[in-house]
Design a protein around this ligand. Structure first.
Ligand SMILES: [Zn+2]
Length: 314
């Protein structure tokens, strides 16, 4: 028979065991959280451009990172083709949804967020926001890795990979974006060779084929070359798009609130809204969460652009 005191000491042992378990649980959670914070900090540190410039040690990390990336190259190439298979299935559904929107079978509208001229050092911050809201977008990018010097190469490399791997569309915005005399619009051949050059660059590095493009400066910038250029674009399977909405960040620097309002106050019920932004703009970055939330409130659903989209010209 159990005595009163032995059952009391059993009770104490149980309480002690429970406390011990709680202590172990809390410790494990704390260590796990600290570990994650450290990882996050490392990630932020590596990506923070000021630190890259000021700290010699970061340059070593960059070199290490580059070696890692080169080692991963084979893997990335396979990755590109599996992304394509995913995209093809996704875009079939997107096409059906677009039809429903355009034909008025749903109250929803579609917003295509687009970011031009990158990649930039801060592009990953835009990708973080898009990740946070689970919103796919389109990036019309230039051929930058080779142009801007070795030190930034892996940063751009990371951005291209993240764009491709996160369900966004990577679009072609020519290799150089050079406007004016002797630039991309100086001849049809020059323009098409820049498109081909950028496409090959992305294909060779990531196994991903771009099939949507945007004219630098918008299609009217091509002037009298527009018609002969689009004739050639059709032959090499490109669709192209301008925009019907913009933060205005390509011009004068306005406040984040003004950038936000430029988009949200001018949607005018447009069913397929193509929003022009640039992933170099600090104020667009600040405005982006409110732009996303505001468009969602107005009934917009977010899609990445694709070749067969009704928003595209072909
Ligand atoms: Zn541009």
């Amino acid at each position: 028979m159990e005595t009163k005191s032995s059952s009391a000491s059993k009770g104490i042992r149980i309480v002690f065991a429970v406390l011990l378990l709680i202590f172990i649980g809390v410790s494990a959670y704390t260590i796990f959280t600290m570990y994650n914070k450290t990882r996050q900090f490392e990630f932020e540190t590596i990506y923070t451009s000021d630190l890259i410039i000021s700290e010699e040690k970061k340059l070593e990390e960059l070199t290490e990172k580059r070696d890692e990336l080169l080692a991963e190259k084979e893997e990335i190439m396979n990755y590109g083709s599996s992304v394509k298979a995913y995209h093809d299935q996704f875009f079939e559904l997107a096409k059906e949804f677009e039809n429903r929107v355009v034909n008025g079978q749903t109250d929803k509208k579609i917003a295509y967020l687009t970011f031009d001229d990158g990649p930039y050092r801060m592009s990953y911050k835009f990708l973080n926001v898009l990740d946070e809201y689970d919103v796919p977008a389109t990036f019309f990018y230039l051929k930058k890795c080779e142009e801007e010097g070795f030190r930034d190469e892996w940063i751009y490399d990371e951005v291209y990979k993240r764009v491709i791997g996160s369900g966004h569309t990577l679009g072609n915005h020519t290799a150089s974006h050079q406007l004016g005399q002797g630039g991309i619009y100086s001849s049809v051949e020059r323009f098409i060779s820049e498109i081909e050059d950028n496409r090959k660059f992305i294909e060779d590095r990531y196994g991903y084929t771009t099939e949507v493009m945007r004219f630098p400066g918008g299609s009217p910038t091509a002037g009298s070359r527009y018609e002969p250029i689009v004739e050639e674009l059709r032959k090499i399977h490109y669709a192209w798009v301008d925009w019907n909405s913009a933060t205005g960040d390509g011009g004068r620097v306005l406040s984040p609130q003004e950038f936000r309002d430029n988009v949200l106050d001018n949607t005018n019920g447009i069913k397929l809204l193509v929003v022009l932004m640039h992933d170099y703009s600090d104020n667009t970055l600040i405005a982006l969460p409110e732009i996303i939330e505001g468009l969602a409130d107005q009934g917009y659903y977010f899609l990445p652009l694709f070749y067969d989209s009704q928003a595209m010209n072909r």
